[in-house]
Design a binder for this molecule. Structure first.
Ligand code: C5P
Length: 247
């Protein structure tokens, strides 16, 4: 039994930004609605989140012209709320945090989790919400490949530097922080340096905080390209087989 099972977890909210168009996938619909083993990707992600211990509720940020979310079985779940997202991921997250500010106290822990990461491991969530984790923390993957800094010369990418790999982590989600602090940091980050805000941690760093990195399982990759869908299907299928579910 893990430490988090042994003691009660403080209730926390999860924010799911799902208002993107998923352009890099090159599909005819936003990637959160692409089929994965016969169900939209976001259904797998929401089913996973609904099984996390201590969950108070989920706020999903959807696009203003979204016509698919309300038809999902999860749309009727009383733990799932929706808001209209914004132009960038950070705007979508902020819209969800505004909504939460009227429903939860400022110190409430919020976990922001991409709709496009259906395979985050339960054990990693238990670590992130458990007693070993700081109030500001994120799942991340220590780099295993050698990392190069590059520039473009005559239209070709060339290496300018090899970075010290033991200092490189690839940020994943969920990323956790107290509600008000996260909202303030995102707002000030977007005002001061909007292009630098590519995740919640980058806003918190800009505001002077040092988020804790928690090593997470490699299966928590973000579905970004068509090949990622195939890999996710194979892993979900293997999970089903292990759980004795029909394929
Ligand atoms: O495009 P990318 O994969 O980086 O998006 C990460 C997550 O942020 C996705 O779940 C996407 O739907 C969401 N997003 C959003 N609002 C935007 C852009 C992206 O909620 N304006």
């Amino acid at each position: 039994m893990t430490a988090v099972n042994a003691r009660a977890v403080e209730p926390y909210w999860v924010v799911v930004p799902a208002a993107g168009s998923g352009k890099r996938m090159g599909a005819d619909k936003p990637k959160q609605y692409l089929p994965l083993l016969g169900k939209p990707l976001i259904v797998h992600t929401l089913q996973n989140i609904l099984s996390w211990p201590g969950l108070a509720g989920i706020v999903v940020a959807i696009a203003a012209d979204d016509s698919e979310f309300k038809a999902l079985p999860q749309a009727a779940d009383p733990r799932i709320h929706t808001v209209i997202g914004g132009a960038e991921r950070a705007d979508s997250v902020l819209a969800a945090l505004e909504y939460l500010s009227n429903r939860a106290v400022p110190e409430t822990s919020v976990l922001v989790h991409d709709a496009a990461r259906p395979l985050v491991a339960k054990g990693d969530i238990e670590k992130l919400i458990g007693p070993e984790s700081a109030a500001i923390a994120l799942l991340a993957q220590p780099a295993s490949d050698t990392v190069k800094r590059a520039t473009t010369e005559h239209g070709v990418a060339v290496v300018t530097e090899t970075l010290p790999r033991d200092q490189i982590w690839l940020a994943q989600t969920p990323q956790k922080a107290p509600l008000q602090l996260l909202k303030d940091s995102l707002q000030s980050g977007l005002r001061e340096n909007p292009t630098a805000i590519t995740d919640e941690a980058s806003a918190l760093e800009l505001a002077g905080y040092r988020p804790q990195l928690m090593a997470a399982c490699r299966t928590n990759f973000k579905i970004t390209q068509p090949a990622d869908l195939l890999l996710a299907e194979a892993l979900l299928q293997q999970q089903r087989t292990q759980q004795g579910e029909p394929s």
